[in-house]
Design a protein around this ligand. Structure first.
Ligand code: RRO
Length: 305
Protein backbone atom coordinates (compact mmCIF):
# COMPACT_ATOMS: atom_id res chain seq x y z
CA UNK A 1 0.00 0.00 0.00
CA UNK A 2 2.84 2.40 0.81
CA UNK A 3 5.89 1.24 -1.17
CA UNK A 4 7.23 3.51 -3.91
CA UNK A 5 10.14 3.47 -6.35
CA UNK A 6 12.67 6.23 -6.86
CA UNK A 7 14.35 4.94 -10.03
CA UNK A 8 16.04 1.70 -8.97
CA UNK A 9 15.46 2.31 -5.25
CA UNK A 10 12.50 0.63 -3.60
CA UNK A 11 11.21 2.45 -0.55
CA UNK A 12 8.83 0.69 1.83
CA UNK A 13 6.98 3.97 2.32
CA UNK A 14 7.19 7.43 0.69
CA UNK A 15 8.39 9.25 3.82
CA UNK A 16 12.06 10.28 4.02
CA UNK A 17 13.77 12.34 6.70
CA UNK A 18 14.79 15.74 5.31
CA UNK A 19 18.47 16.63 5.40
CA UNK A 20 19.50 18.37 8.61
CA UNK A 21 16.52 17.23 10.62
CA UNK A 22 17.47 13.70 11.77
CA UNK A 23 21.23 14.05 12.15
CA UNK A 24 24.51 13.13 10.50
CA UNK A 25 24.17 9.68 12.01
CA UNK A 26 21.50 8.20 14.32
CA UNK A 27 21.07 11.24 16.60
CA UNK A 28 17.25 11.03 16.51
CA UNK A 29 17.02 7.29 17.06
CA UNK A 30 15.64 7.70 20.60
CA UNK A 31 12.51 9.20 19.02
CA UNK A 32 12.20 7.46 15.65
CA UNK A 33 13.80 4.13 14.77
CA UNK A 34 15.85 4.67 11.62
CA UNK A 35 14.00 1.78 9.94
CA UNK A 36 10.66 3.62 10.15
CA UNK A 37 11.01 6.10 7.27
CA UNK A 38 11.31 4.74 3.74
CA UNK A 39 14.81 6.22 3.75
CA UNK A 40 16.97 8.05 6.23
CA UNK A 41 18.52 11.12 4.64
CA UNK A 42 21.36 12.64 6.63
CA UNK A 43 22.68 16.18 7.01
CA UNK A 44 25.08 17.53 4.40
CA UNK A 45 28.67 16.30 4.28
CA UNK A 46 31.33 18.35 2.52
CA UNK A 47 34.81 17.49 1.25
CA UNK A 48 36.66 19.24 4.06
CA UNK A 49 35.65 19.63 7.71
CA UNK A 50 33.64 22.77 8.48
CA UNK A 51 32.92 24.50 11.79
CA UNK A 52 29.54 25.89 10.73
CA UNK A 53 28.03 29.30 11.42
CA UNK A 54 28.02 31.29 14.68
CA UNK A 55 25.01 30.83 16.99
CA UNK A 56 22.11 31.37 17.21
CA UNK A 57 21.70 28.96 14.32
CA UNK A 58 17.94 28.47 14.59
CA UNK A 59 15.18 30.93 15.49
CA UNK A 60 11.46 30.36 15.61
CA UNK A 61 9.24 32.58 13.45
CA UNK A 62 5.50 32.56 12.73
CA UNK A 63 4.75 29.39 10.78
CA UNK A 64 8.17 27.82 11.00
CA UNK A 65 11.84 28.31 11.75
CA UNK A 66 14.81 30.07 10.24
CA UNK A 67 18.13 28.26 10.19
CA UNK A 68 21.65 29.13 9.27
CA UNK A 69 23.66 26.12 10.34
CA UNK A 70 26.46 26.52 7.81
CA UNK A 71 27.23 22.87 7.11
CA UNK A 72 29.19 21.91 10.24
CA UNK A 73 30.64 18.45 9.62
CA UNK A 74 33.82 16.39 9.85
CA UNK A 75 34.32 16.09 6.10
CA UNK A 76 33.66 13.04 3.93
CA UNK A 77 36.78 11.12 4.96
CA UNK A 78 36.00 11.12 8.67
CA UNK A 79 32.27 10.65 8.07
CA UNK A 80 32.98 7.49 6.05
CA UNK A 81 35.54 6.04 8.44
CA UNK A 82 34.13 7.12 11.83
CA UNK A 83 30.38 7.70 11.45
CA UNK A 84 29.19 5.52 8.60
CA UNK A 85 30.13 2.18 10.30
CA UNK A 86 27.71 3.12 13.12
CA UNK A 87 24.88 3.92 10.70
CA UNK A 88 25.36 1.23 8.06
CA UNK A 89 22.57 -1.34 8.14
CA UNK A 90 20.50 0.61 10.69
CA UNK A 91 18.10 2.20 8.22
CA UNK A 92 15.76 0.76 5.57
CA UNK A 93 17.65 2.85 3.04
CA UNK A 94 20.36 5.43 3.62
CA UNK A 95 20.66 8.62 1.58
CA UNK A 96 23.51 11.08 2.05
CA UNK A 97 23.26 14.78 1.26
CA UNK A 98 26.53 16.20 -0.11
CA UNK A 99 27.76 19.66 -1.12
CA UNK A 100 30.88 21.27 -2.56
CA UNK A 101 32.05 24.86 -2.18
CA UNK A 102 33.63 24.86 -5.66
CA UNK A 103 32.88 22.72 -8.71
CA UNK A 104 35.92 20.46 -8.36
CA UNK A 105 34.97 19.43 -4.82
CA UNK A 106 31.81 17.59 -5.89
CA UNK A 107 33.51 14.85 -7.95
CA UNK A 108 36.12 14.46 -5.21
CA UNK A 109 33.41 13.71 -2.63
CA UNK A 110 31.67 11.39 -5.10
CA UNK A 111 34.94 9.59 -5.89
CA UNK A 112 35.61 9.02 -2.19
CA UNK A 113 32.13 7.52 -1.79
CA UNK A 114 32.47 5.53 -5.03
CA UNK A 115 30.33 2.42 -4.87
CA UNK A 116 30.25 2.18 -1.06
CA UNK A 117 27.62 -0.49 -0.25
CA UNK A 118 25.01 0.78 2.18
CA UNK A 119 24.69 4.26 0.69
CA UNK A 120 21.59 4.02 -1.47
CA UNK A 121 21.44 7.54 -2.94
CA UNK A 122 23.29 10.85 -2.89
CA UNK A 123 21.32 14.07 -2.66
CA UNK A 124 23.22 16.95 -4.26
CA UNK A 125 22.68 20.14 -2.28
CA UNK A 126 22.95 22.63 -5.11
CA UNK A 127 21.56 25.44 -2.92
CA UNK A 128 25.05 25.88 -1.52
CA UNK A 129 27.06 28.96 -2.50
CA UNK A 130 29.62 28.53 -5.26
CA UNK A 131 32.71 30.40 -4.06
CA UNK A 132 33.93 30.56 -7.67
CA UNK A 133 30.84 32.62 -8.59
CA UNK A 134 30.96 35.11 -5.74
CA UNK A 135 28.80 32.94 -3.50
CA UNK A 136 25.86 32.57 -5.89
CA UNK A 137 24.24 29.16 -5.43
CA UNK A 138 25.07 26.36 -7.88
CA UNK A 139 21.28 26.07 -8.36
CA UNK A 140 21.06 29.36 -10.31
CA UNK A 141 22.12 28.13 -13.67
CA UNK A 142 21.08 25.00 -15.64
CA UNK A 143 24.52 24.68 -17.31
CA UNK A 144 26.29 24.66 -13.94
CA UNK A 145 23.87 22.05 -12.61
CA UNK A 146 24.21 19.96 -15.79
CA UNK A 147 28.01 19.94 -15.40
CA UNK A 148 27.80 19.15 -11.71
CA UNK A 149 25.54 16.14 -12.23
CA UNK A 150 27.80 14.85 -15.03
CA UNK A 151 31.03 15.11 -13.04
CA UNK A 152 29.49 13.50 -9.97
CA UNK A 153 27.94 10.71 -12.05
CA UNK A 154 31.35 9.98 -13.58
CA UNK A 155 32.67 9.13 -10.12
CA UNK A 156 29.91 7.05 -8.56
CA UNK A 157 27.25 4.55 -9.66
CA UNK A 158 25.03 5.56 -6.70
CA UNK A 159 21.71 7.14 -7.81
CA UNK A 160 21.68 10.93 -7.62
CA UNK A 161 18.87 13.12 -6.32
CA UNK A 162 19.26 16.81 -7.14
CA UNK A 163 17.80 19.03 -4.39
CA UNK A 164 16.37 22.14 -6.00
CA UNK A 165 16.38 25.65 -4.59
CA UNK A 166 13.11 27.60 -4.54
CA UNK A 167 14.78 30.80 -5.73
CA UNK A 168 16.23 29.41 -8.97
CA UNK A 169 15.09 31.73 -11.75
CA UNK A 170 13.92 28.71 -13.80
CA UNK A 171 13.45 25.78 -11.44
CA UNK A 172 11.88 23.64 -14.18
CA UNK A 173 14.93 24.24 -16.40
CA UNK A 174 17.24 23.21 -13.56
CA UNK A 175 15.19 20.06 -13.01
CA UNK A 176 15.41 19.23 -16.73
CA UNK A 177 19.17 19.81 -16.69
CA UNK A 178 19.41 17.35 -13.80
CA UNK A 179 17.26 14.78 -15.61
CA UNK A 180 19.08 15.07 -18.94
CA UNK A 181 22.44 14.55 -17.29
CA UNK A 182 21.51 11.40 -15.44
CA UNK A 183 19.88 12.37 -12.14
CA UNK A 184 17.58 9.66 -10.80
CA UNK A 185 15.24 12.14 -9.12
CA UNK A 186 14.85 15.73 -8.00
CA UNK A 187 13.81 16.88 -4.55
CA UNK A 188 12.30 20.25 -3.67
CA UNK A 189 12.23 22.68 -2.01
CA UNK A 190 15.24 23.65 0.05
CA UNK A 191 14.55 26.50 2.49
CA UNK A 192 13.64 30.02 1.34
CA UNK A 193 16.16 32.76 2.15
CA UNK A 194 14.76 34.90 4.92
CA UNK A 195 15.65 36.85 8.05
CA UNK A 196 14.39 37.79 11.50
CA UNK A 197 15.26 41.07 13.19
CA UNK A 198 15.50 42.16 16.83
CA UNK A 199 14.64 45.82 16.50
CA UNK A 200 15.78 46.70 20.03
CA UNK A 201 19.32 45.54 19.50
CA UNK A 202 19.17 46.44 15.79
CA UNK A 203 20.56 42.98 15.12
CA UNK A 204 19.43 40.00 13.06
CA UNK A 205 18.27 37.15 15.26
CA UNK A 206 20.45 34.59 13.47
CA UNK A 207 24.18 34.66 14.17
CA UNK A 208 24.91 34.59 10.44
CA UNK A 209 22.46 37.42 9.70
CA UNK A 210 20.04 35.57 7.45
CA UNK A 211 19.09 31.97 6.85
CA UNK A 212 16.50 29.63 5.39
CA UNK A 213 12.79 29.55 6.19
CA UNK A 214 11.12 26.16 6.60
CA UNK A 215 7.96 24.75 8.16
CA UNK A 216 4.24 25.20 7.50
CA UNK A 217 4.79 28.73 6.13
CA UNK A 218 6.56 27.36 3.05
CA UNK A 219 4.16 24.51 2.27
CA UNK A 220 2.02 26.35 -0.31
CA UNK A 221 5.16 27.58 -2.11
CA UNK A 222 6.56 24.05 -2.13
CA UNK A 223 3.32 22.53 -3.43
CA UNK A 224 3.22 24.99 -6.31
CA UNK A 225 6.84 24.32 -7.25
CA UNK A 226 6.45 20.53 -6.96
CA UNK A 227 3.48 20.76 -9.29
CA UNK A 228 5.43 22.94 -11.74
CA UNK A 229 8.51 20.70 -11.75
CA UNK A 230 6.55 17.43 -11.93
CA UNK A 231 4.93 18.63 -15.15
CA UNK A 232 8.35 19.28 -16.71
CA UNK A 233 10.29 16.11 -15.83
CA UNK A 234 9.80 12.35 -16.18
CA UNK A 235 12.03 11.39 -13.26
CA UNK A 236 10.45 11.09 -9.79
CA UNK A 237 9.94 14.26 -7.77
CA UNK A 238 10.42 14.20 -4.01
CA UNK A 239 8.35 16.89 -2.28
CA UNK A 240 9.71 18.87 0.68
CA UNK A 241 8.27 21.84 2.53
CA UNK A 242 6.26 22.11 5.72
CA UNK A 243 5.02 18.53 5.75
CA UNK A 244 3.78 17.77 9.26
CA UNK A 245 0.90 15.31 8.82
CA UNK A 246 -0.08 12.34 6.67
CA UNK A 247 -2.61 14.61 4.91
CA UNK A 248 0.29 16.90 3.94
CA UNK A 249 2.12 13.91 2.43
CA UNK A 250 -0.86 12.99 0.27
CA UNK A 251 -1.28 16.61 -0.87
CA UNK A 252 2.30 16.56 -2.20
CA UNK A 253 1.70 13.24 -3.96
CA UNK A 254 -1.41 14.58 -5.67
CA UNK A 255 0.59 17.66 -6.71
CA UNK A 256 3.09 15.37 -8.46
CA UNK A 257 5.50 13.93 -5.90
CA UNK A 258 6.40 10.24 -5.70
CA UNK A 259 7.80 10.56 -2.18
CA UNK A 260 8.32 13.31 0.38
CA UNK A 261 10.76 14.50 3.01
CA UNK A 262 9.80 15.59 6.51
CA UNK A 263 12.08 18.03 8.30
CA UNK A 264 10.98 20.95 10.45
CA UNK A 265 8.02 19.01 11.89
CA UNK A 266 10.54 16.92 13.84
CA UNK A 267 11.68 20.01 15.78
CA UNK A 268 8.15 20.49 17.08
CA UNK A 269 7.40 16.79 17.56
CA UNK A 270 10.45 14.52 17.46
CA UNK A 271 8.16 11.57 16.69
CA UNK A 272 6.57 13.29 13.67
CA UNK A 273 8.14 10.97 11.07
CA UNK A 274 6.78 7.88 12.81
CA UNK A 275 3.33 9.35 13.39
CA UNK A 276 3.05 10.35 9.74
CA UNK A 277 4.04 6.89 8.51
CA UNK A 278 1.55 5.29 10.94
CA UNK A 279 -1.30 7.56 9.85
CA UNK A 280 -0.99 7.02 6.08
CA UNK A 281 -2.78 3.64 5.71
CA UNK A 282 -5.95 4.81 7.44
CA UNK A 283 -6.18 7.93 5.26
CA UNK A 284 -5.79 5.81 2.13
CA UNK A 285 -8.33 3.22 3.28
CA UNK A 286 -10.87 5.89 4.20
CA UNK A 287 -10.51 7.46 0.75
CA UNK A 288 -10.56 4.03 -0.93
CA UNK A 289 -7.15 4.57 -2.47
CA UNK A 290 -5.45 1.20 -2.91
CA UNK A 291 -1.89 2.46 -3.14
CA UNK A 292 -0.05 5.73 -2.54
CA UNK A 293 1.34 5.62 -6.06
CA UNK A 294 -2.23 5.92 -7.39
CA UNK A 295 -2.27 9.49 -6.09
CA UNK A 296 0.91 10.83 -7.70
CA UNK A 297 0.17 13.63 -10.14
CA UNK A 298 -3.61 13.26 -9.97
CA UNK A 299 -4.29 16.94 -9.30
CA UNK A 300 -7.21 18.18 -11.37
CA UNK A 301 -6.28 21.72 -12.34
CA UNK A 302 -9.06 24.00 -13.46
CA UNK A 303 -8.75 24.75 -17.19
CA UNK A 304 -5.35 24.75 -18.90
CA UNK A 305 -2.70 26.67 -16.96
O1 RRO B 1 23.49 24.18 6.81
C1 RRO B 1 22.65 25.05 6.51
O2 RRO B 1 22.65 26.16 7.03
C2 RRO B 1 21.58 24.77 5.54
C3 RRO B 1 21.77 24.12 4.35
BR1 RRO B 1 23.40 23.47 3.83
C4 RRO B 1 20.68 23.94 3.45
O3 RRO B 1 20.79 23.40 2.35
N1 RRO B 1 19.48 24.42 3.81
C5 RRO B 1 19.29 25.04 4.99
O4 RRO B 1 18.17 25.48 5.28
N2 RRO B 1 20.34 25.21 5.85
Amino acid sequence: MLDVRIGPIELKNPVISASGCYGQALESEAFVDAHVPGALLLKTITLHPRAGNPPPRIVEVAGGILNSIGLPNKGIERWLTETFPKVRGHASKLFLNIAGERTDEWPKIAARIGATPGIDALELNISCPNVEQGGLPFARDPETVARLVRVVKNETPIPLIVKLAPESPDIGGIALAAQENGATAVSLINTIRAMAVDWRSRKPKLGYGFGGLSGPAVKPVALRLVHEVARRVKIPVIGIGGIATADDVLEFLVAGATAVQVGTAAFRDPRALATIVDDLPKLLRDAEVAHVRDLTGTLRMPGAR
